[in-house]
Design a protein around this ligand. Structure first.
Ligand code: BG6
Ligand code: MG
Length: 223
């Protein structure tokens, strides 16, 4: 693990770290799973975290060996239906949907001169940031449409450091998904996992709640 004193930037995941949208993604996929007759459970919900829209649909279908039961056009329609379900939930979002402690953490990072970037797989992240009132904090974002590989591949977190003109070793990546932690580790950044330590066992540092995300807690955990 890097030394805390060498850290200059933070690369953030969005859904499930900055805001509670991971529940909305799950709700919207659950509706699609019911429609295609795939049983929904917590392990499926966890496996979908951090994964791109089409990869998520393929994972749901593969759970019940249905991946070859739909044409590409039918899959597109299902993915669009999921996104429409999701956007109805996003439309209601306000700054109250920022997870506990995150606003204070971002303000502290900015005040202390750390650089911030966003490494979200979501094509909806600009809209979500706007609803949260956080667009000005994340002027540097990796465009998920430009990626060759999604999480768990390291590409997205590597690019998150690159757009800050930092070496990955100078960055901390923050994630709630196992696939995301794997991406951070592969990129050579220090990984901070938020959530169940069993699911995020590969993280360098783990906090169960976003409220624990403070510079002093991170510094202590990296010592
Ligand atoms: C990730 C979420 O941030 O973005 C996933 O954790 C989601 O659940 C993925 O599938 C893609 O998001 P979107 O909004 O482009 O469908
Ligand atoms: Mg996430």
């Amino acid at each position: 693990m890097a030394k805390f004193a060498d850290i200059k930037g933070f690369v953030f995941d969005l859904d499930g770290v900055i805001t509670d949208t991971s529940i909305f993604h799950s709700q919207a996929w659950h509706q699609v799973a019911d429609k295609v007759g795939v049983k929904w459970d917590d392990s499926l919900a966890d496996a979908l975290k951090g994964i791109s829209r089409m990869d998520s649909l393929n994972l749901i279908l593969a759970r019940d060996h249905k991946e070859n039961d739909f044409t590409a056009a039918e899959k597109e329609a299902l993915a669009t239906e999921k996104n429409d379900n999701y956007l109805k939930l996003v439309a209601q979002m306000t700054p109250a949907n920022i997870l506990p402690g995150i606003q204070a953490f971002l303000d502290d990072l900015k005040a202390k001169g750390y650089l911030l970037s966003l490494a979200s797989a979501s094509k909806n992240s600009p809209l979500v940031l706007k609803h949260l009132g956080l667009s000005d904090y994340f002027t540097k974002s990796v465009d998920p449409a430009s990626l060759k590989h999604g999480k768990p591949d390291p590409e997205i977190f590597r690019r998150g450091a690159e757009i800050l003109n930092l070496d990955p070793a100078q960055c901390i990546g923050v994630e709630d998904a196992a696939a995301g932690v794997q991406s951070i580790n592969g990129a050579g950044e220090t990984s901070v996992g938020i959530g169940d330590p069993k699911v995020l066992a590969a993280a360098d540092v783990n906090f169960t709640e976003t409220a624990q995300l403070t510079l002093s807690n991170i510094e202590a955990a990296m010592a």
